[in-house]
Every structure is written in structure tokens, then in C-alpha cells.
Design a protein around this ligand. Structure first.
Ligand SMILES: [Zn+2]
Ligand SMILES: [Zn+2]
Length: 104
């Protein structure tokens, strides 16, 4: 058992947490998490099958086909639909105005 102070999560970086060099990347990850949380709060069901279980954030146009990480390319999908989609383009149903207001 050791009581060493937590060091930077980036392998090979000797600085202690919070590392001034690597906190930016961490914040970016937190932003993604916050968007994902807000999207699931605004629409707590899967866009494709309506399931409320095991929700993830899905890229409408997959990154591999030139899609972006922008909010308007993201939608809520259950893990099953997300993994079964396999990079095929699916047209998501239009989202409600409230949804866009909450996300914006
Ligand atoms: Zn670091
Ligand atoms: Zn689904």
C-alpha cells in the first residue's frame, strides 16, 4: 500500500495532478461528458428504437465518413442500436425544439 500523491494520468508525465500541461485535454473530455449527459437528459430514449436503457451518444454521420463531433451530428442511441448500426447512415427523426434549446 502506498500513499503517493496522484500523478498525471498521461503515461511518462512526471507532474503531479492537476498537471498544467495535460489538464486541457482532460477538460475537453469533461465537456464531451457534459454534452452527453445533457443530451440524455433532454431525450432519455434511443432515437432509433425508443429504448430508455443503456443510452450512449451516437454520431449521426460516423466520424469514419466525415462526420464531426459537433452537437448537431450527435444523437442519443442505446448501446444495441449504436453497435448494430455499423457505420451505415441512418436518418434520425427530427428533434423537438425544446431539445435544441437545452443543448444549445
Ligand atoms: Zn501531465
Ligand atoms: Zn435503440
Amino acid at each position: 500500500m502506498s500513499t503517493l500523491p496522484r500523478s498525471c494520468a498521461v503515461p511518462g508525465c512526471p507532474r503531479p495532478m492537476p498537471c498544467p500541461e495535460h489538464t486541457v485535454a482532460r477538460r475537453r473530455g469533461q465537456r464531451q461528458q457534459r454534452i452527453s449527459k445533457r443530451m440524455r437528459a433532454a431525450q432519455p430514449w434511443c432515437t432509433y428504437c425508443g429504448s430508455p436503457n443503456d443510452l450512449t451518444i451516437d454520431h449521426i454521420v460516423p466520424l469514419s465518413q466525415g462526420g464531426s463531433n459537433a452537437v448537431d451530428n450527435l444523437t442519443v442511441a442505446c448501446r444495441r442500436c449504436n453497435t448494430s448500426k455499423h457505420n451505415s447512415l441512418v436518418t434520425a427523426p427530427p428533434r423537438s425544439e425544446t431539445y435544441d434549446i437545452i443543448i444549445a
